[in-house]
Design a protein around this ligand. Structure first.
Ligand code: B1M
Length: 218
């Protein structure tokens, strides 16, 4: 059974209660609960419940926005803790990451970016609603070893394929590895569009990125 504070965090996020969500998050960290557990067992179940309620018509967009704000505010509290726990001396590679065009879902992408940075990658986060060409120019500009794309909507997933095609057209595809993720994305989709890998969550994304740059599992 999850710790009471984690249940309270989840409920506050689902209810879109920003101050309580932040307060419970601080309390959980102060109580010694690991930052990743705060995310995976508190914040994420809370936002997923809001999404489920939205899907079945119990919640409207303003509810979803309030939940997302409560989650984002709490993530701001967790992220420094997450980074502080990972002491990494060497640079594993350079990642350019963003959410594809037409898609403004930010939370999961930012979590992946934070975890990659905390694990020793140099990360350039392009934000959300990122045009195809921006991925290409940023990969070139930063001499990226990895390009990461997030998509949360079935209607925007196709943008991942388009970016891969644009990287190929720009002559960069054999220099960068491409990883994709996001709720509607799957291993099969990654294969179909010619990506180098798919990760289900932020922890898996770090393992995948390490594997793609040949850094092992350590
Ligand atoms: Co939207 N939304 N949303 N939303 N939203 C979903 C995705 C949805 C499934 C909700 C639902 O109906 N159940 C649905 C999509 C349906 C579909 O296409 N199949 C949906 C919809 C319909 C919409 C709108 C169209 C609603 C509307 O306007 N009518 C609209 C679209 C806006 C747009 O993008 N153009 C919209 C808007 C919003 C908000 C703005 C209100 C808000 C986002 C706020 C923000 O990000 N700043 C929002 C939210 C919060 C959600 C849900 C509830 C939660 C997403 C989230 O943050 N999850 C979501 C429901 C759901 O996913 N169950 C939903 C928590 C996060 C930690 O998980 O993002 O999955 P996630 O990221 C994970 C993994 O996927 C993975 O690791 C992350 C960490 O573990 N991962 C990667 C992600 N990216 C990766 C990249 C990688 C590797 C792994 O490598 C590069």
């Amino acid at each position: 059974m999850p710790h009471k504070l984690l249940t309270q965090i989840a409920q506050a996020v689902t209810n879109g209660e920003r101050e309580p969500a932040v307060a419970h998050t601080r309390a959980a960290l102060a109580a010694g609960i690991e930052p990743l557990a705060v995310i995976d067992e508190g914040l994420v179940p809370g936002i997923r419940e809001a999404g489920d309620r939205f899907q079945c018509g119990d919640y409207f967009l303003p509810n979803l926005i309030a939940s997302a704000r409560a989650m984002s505010a709490s993530m701001e509290v967790v992220e420094p803790e997450l980074r502080a726990r990972q002491q990494v001396a060497r640079r594993l590679g350079t990642v350019v990451i963003g959410t594809v065009k037409g898609d403004i879902h930010e939370i999961g992408k930012s979590l992946v970016a934070t975890m990659l940075a905390a694990s020793g990658f140099e990360v350039h986060d392009l934000g959300v609603d990122v045009p195809i060409e921006r991925f290409v120019s940023a990969a070139r500009e930063h001499d990226a070893t990895l390009v990461g794309m997030s998509a949360l909507l079935t209607t925007t997933m196709g943008g991942q394929r388009k970016v891969i095609e644009a990287l190929t057209a720009a002559g960069l595809r054999d220099r960068v590895k491409v990883m994709v993720g996001g709720a509607p994305v799957s291993e099969r989709w990654a294969e179909q569009i010619g990506a180098d890998g798919y990760a289900e969550d932020a922890v898996a994304a770090v393992a995948l990125a390490r594997r793609l740059v040949g850094a092992g599992n350590g």
